[in-house]
Design a protein around this ligand. Structure first.
Ligand code: HEC
Length: 455
C-alpha cells in the first residue's frame, strides 16, 4: 500500500472510531454480535469538553426471579383516597438510596437495591447522565416571566420488579421476546426531567438540583435544573393497570434538599374519555380519573395553558398541555417489524396510533386519542408493551436498525407477527419483478402471498 493511501485509510479508521467511540463494532460481524454490542452501548452521542466528568454507564441489572412484591410501601395506601401520600411514599422509595449525593442516580453504585435502564437508547442518550431530548417548553408554558423556549432533557430508570420484566424480554439481545409482554404488579418507572430555563424566567426553579448535560449537538455541556419527576406504577387497583404521577420542584417549599421541595402535581389512572371541550366549557363535566394538587395547579392557572393536561386531566409542567400522561403512554406497542422514519408505514402508524390532537376542540380527534384500553393493545394486531414508552421506542430502534443493517435477518428476530401495513403490501406489489405470474400471486394461498409480502 502506498504511504498516502495508508494514511488516508488510517485517517478514515480513526474518524470512524472517533464517531462511534462508545459503540465499538465487534470483530465478529454476525447479527448477534452486532446487536449485543449496541445493546450494551451506553451512548453514541458526542462529548465536547467535560474532561474528568464521570460518564453515564448503562446498567442492566435484570433479576432472573420475580422479586418479592408483597411489601412494597405504597401498596398499603389507597391511591384514590390519599393520592398525595401514595405519591410521596413512592418518591421516598425511589430517592432513598438513588438520591444520596455519593450515588446521585448512578444506579450501578446502588449496592443495596436493584435498578436498571431501558435498552436501545444509546443513539439518543447524551454521554454524561444518559439523558434524552424531550419536548421543549414554549414561552409562558412554565411561568409568566418565561419569554424564551426552554429545552428539556430526561432520564428514566426502573425498579427491580420492572427490571425483571425487561430481563425476560431482553434475555437474548439479538431476539427480544415481546409476545404476551406485561410487567408484574409493583413495577415502577421513575423519570427525572431537567430544563435549561433559568430561574430568572422560571422563579420556582431557584435552588433546584443542577446537572451538567452534554445536550448540545456538538456534545458541549449546558447546566440544567430539575423541574419535574415522573413515576409510572403498575398497580391492579387502577382500572387501566397503571397510575402515572408527577412532581414538580417548587422553590417556595421548605426542606433541606431539592428533593424535599418536590411537590405532587397530579396522579392519573384513566383518560376521562367522556370529558369533551363542550361539557368541560359548559361546566357539566370535569376530570374524574385524575387527581390534581391545587397548590401545583395554581402555578399554571393564569398562564395560556390554564391547566396541566387537557381540560384538567393530570399532566406535568413540561408536558404537552393538550395531552395527559396515561393517554400518551397507552400508545406503547410493538409493530413486530421496522417502521422507518418518514416511510409510508410510519404515516400509516401515525393514523392508527394518533398523537394528541393539535386542536383541542376537534371532538372526533380527541375521541380517538382520549380513550381507555385497559390491558389491550392500542392497535389491534400489535403487541402491547404495557404503557412503557421507553420499551416501545427501544424495541422500535432495534427493529429499525436490524432492517437497515441486516435486512435478510431482521424478520427472524421477532416472536410476534409483523403488522400488515397496507403500504407494505402495496410496496410489495409494486416491486414484483415483471416475470412473476401475477395471477398466481393474486390467487395464491396465504402462505405464498406472505412470502411475497416479506420482501
Ligand atoms: C405526549 C406523550 C407523553 C406524555 C403526555 C407523557 N409521557 Fe411519559 N414518556 C413519553 C415517552 C415518549 C417516553 C419514553 C422516551 C423517553 O423517556 O425519552 C416516556 C417515558 C416516561 C417514563 C419512563 C418509563 C417509560 O414509560 O418509558 C415515565 C415514568 C413517564 N414517562 C411518566 C410520565 C408521566 C407521569 C406523565 C404525565 C405527568 C407522562 N409520562 C406524560 C411520552 C409521554
Amino acid at each position: 500500500m502506498k504511504p498516502i493511501v495508508l494514511c488516508f485509510f488510517m485517517l478514515v479508521t480513526f474518524w470512524a472510531f472517533q464517531a462511534r467511540a462508545d459503540c465499538p463494532a465487534p470483530a465478529d460481524k454476525s447479527f448477534a454480535a452486532a446487536a449485543t454490542a449496541l445493546f450494551n452501548c451506553s451512548s453514541s452521542r458526542p462529548l465536547k469538553g467535560g474532561d474528568g466528568e464521570r460518564k453515564f454507564q448503562v446498567h442492566y441489572d435484570f433479576p432472573t426471579q420475580l422479586p418479592d412484591t408483597s411489601a412494597l410501601p405504597w401498596q398499603s395506601i389507597d391511591p384514590f383516597a390519599d393520592p398525595y401520600r401514595y405519591m410521596t411514599t413512592i418518591l421516598q422509595y425511589a430517592t432513598k438510596v438513588n438520591a444520596r449525593p455519593e450515588i446521585d442516580w448512578r444506579i450501578e453504585d446502588n449496592k443495596t437495591e436493584q435498578w436498571c435502564d431501558a435498552p436501545w437508547f444509546h443513539m439518543l442518550r447524551e454521554p454524561l447522565h444518559g439523558m434524552t431530548s424531550e419536548r421543549w417548553s414554549r414561552p409562558k408554558e412554565l411561568h409568566e416571566l418565561q419569554t424564551a423556549w426552554a429545552r428539556t432533557w430526561a432520564v428514566g430508570i426502573y425498579n427491580n420488579v420492572a427490571c425483571y420484566g425487561l430481563g425476560q424480554m431482553w434475555k437474548d439481545p439479538s431476539f427480544p421476546k415481546t409476545k404476551g409482554f406485561a410487567f408484574a404488579d409493583g413495577a415502577l418507572g421513575v423519570k427525572m426531567l431537567f430544563t435549561n430555563a433559568m430561574p430568572a424566567q422560571v422563579p420556582f426553579l431557584t435552588g433546584s438540583k443542577e446537572w451538567d448535560v452534554a445536550a448540545n449537538d456538538d456534545g458541549s455541556i449546558m447546566t440544567m435544573r430539575l423541574l419535574q419527576m415522573d413515576i409510572s406504577v403498575k398497580d391492579k387497583r387502577s382500572p387501566n393497570g397503571w397510575f402515572f404521577g408527577t412532581f414538580m420542584y417548587d422553590a417556595a417549599q421548605p426542606g433541606n434538599t431539592p428533593y424535599d421541595r418536590l411537590i405532587p402535581v397530579g396522579l392519573i389512572w384513566g383518560s376521562d374519555a367522556d370529558l369533551t371541550s363542550t361539557n368541560y366549557l359548559q361546566g357539566t363535566a370535569s376530570a374524574k380519573e385524575s387527581w390534581v394538587n391545587p397548590v401545583a395547579a395554581a402555578h399554571f392557572y393564569s398562564l395560556p395553558r390554564h391547566t396541566l393536561g387537557l381540560f384538567g386531566r393530570a399532566n406535568g409542567p413540561v408536558d404537552n398541555p393538550l395531552s395527559a400522561c396515561i393517554t400518551c403512554h397507552q400508545r406503547a406497542v410493538d409493530w413486530g417489524r421496522a417502521v422507518q422514519a418518514k416511510s409510508p408505514e410510519e404515516k400509516e402508524a401515525e393514523v392508527l396510533l394518533p398523537d394528541a390532537p393539535a386542536d383541542p376542540f376537534d371532538a372526533a380527534a380527541a375521541k380517538k386519542y382520549f380513550r381507555d384500553i385497559g390491558s389491550n393493545s392500542a392497535v389491534p394486531d400489535t403487541q402491547s408493551l404495557d404503557y412503557t414508552l421507553q420499551v416501545s421506542k427501544g424495541i422500535g430502534a432495534f427493529r429499525n436498525w436490524g432492517a437497515e443493517a441486516f435486512p435478510d435477518h431482521a424478520s427472524s428476530t421477532t416472536d410476534v407477527p409483523p403488522y400488515p401495513f397496507k403500504s407494505t403490501v402495496a410496496h410489495a406489489m409494486q416491486e414484483l419483478p415483471q416475470a412473476v405470474d401475477v395471477d398466481r400471486f393474486e390467487m395464491g394461498t396465504e402462505d405464498q402471498s406472505n412470502g411475497l409480502f416479506q420482501r
